[in-house]
Structure formats: C-alpha cells, structure tokens
Design a protein around this ligand. Sequence first.
Ligand code: MN
Length: 238
Amino acid sequence: MHRRKFIFALGSIPTVSLISKTEDKLNKINKYIRRNKMAKFELPQLPYSYDALEPYIDKMTMEIHHTKHHNAYVTNLNKALEGTEHEGKSLEEMFSMISKLPAGVRNNGGGHWNHSLFWTLMKQNGGGKPNGKVADAINSAFGSFDEFKSKFNNAAATRFGSGWAWLVVQNNKLVITSTPNQDNPLMDVAEVKGTPVLGIDVWEHAYYLKYQNRRPEYVDNWWNVVNWDKVNELFSKA
Ligand code: MN
C-alpha cells in the first residue's frame, strides 16, 4: 500500500508550466492583498464636540463642514488615487509635485490636509494672545500682535472666492499668504511656499449659515477660538 501511494505521488510532481501557473496565481493573490492593505485616507475625529466653538462657530456649520465637506474630500481623494502609482504616498510627498498630478488629487488631497489641520487649530475657550516662541516670532516679523492680526484679516478678506489664509514659516521667518480653492503653501504651485502654522478656511461653507456674506465678521470672531498652543507647537517643529 505504502509503495503504491509513493508511486502515485511521484506521478503528480507538477510540471514546469504548472509551477509557473501557480506562481501567477500567488502573485495575483499577493497583489490583491497589497491593494486591500494599502492605507486609505480616513476622516479624523474632531478633537472637540460640534458645539464646542459656539457662539463663534455654530454647531450646524461644524457638523456639516466635518461630516459632509471634509468627508467628501476624503472619499474623493481615495477614489482619485485608487489603482494609481501614487497610492500609499503621503500627502506632503504628493504636494511637492502636485502640478504633475490630476486635479482630483490636488483638490481633494488639499481639502483633506487643510481641514485636518484646521480642526486642530481651534479649541473651546481658545483665543487670547499667542504664547511661547511663536509670540516672539510674530512680534519680530510684524511689529505687534495687533499688526499681525490686521494683516492676516486682510489676507483672509481679500482672498477672492474660495480659499485659505495662512501664516507660514519660510526660511525661519513668519510670512502671511493665501491660496485659492484647496491649495496650500506646501504645494509646488503655491505662490508663497512654506510650512503652515496657522490657517483659516474662508470658503462660504465655513461661515455662511451664521454669517452669510459677512466674511470679515466670521474672521474677527474666529480669533476667539484659535488654539495658540497648537500654533506654537507647529512653529517649534517647522
Ligand atoms: Mn472647508
């Protein structure tokens, strides 16, 4: 019995073509596993409740902004990257060559990155004056905190249409700038490049329910929720 079984086994040694077919199958399975393990971008949770920034930013605006607008950027970014060579790259890596990538990656990648930062730049009972090293840097770059605020307000007010106003670190100096749509100063297309340490969303979806067309009033009130500890932390790392 044992002998016959052995002979049967010998007769089943796979031929070369069978081995290569098996390898093909294994490669396909591995590719499938890799693709499904590829980290997709995810909507981050807010570090506070939707009503935490009341009365300056209302609960409904925060909820729609996060669960609808930001969520859509994440979904559409993952769609835009699916099956491309850029899947698995960091957003920062893609921003450095964004002029060569499809508009869907630029708009939704920027949207995801900008909003993820924006949420952390605000907090309940925020506001007041900057602290730490960034406070000194603001004074030396702009003369005073009030002077800085007025220049930043102006950048936010004069950004035509939708976009963002930013405070960035560029060659160890603080600079105020603004970008259209969901662009940001990390992108190779940005007029002024640098590492953002503060930014405000001036898309109408960020303020329209409460402020309608009064963007300057939204920006004025937004200073009451700025998380200066976070700004100082980003400045220290920039
Ligand atoms: Mn927004």
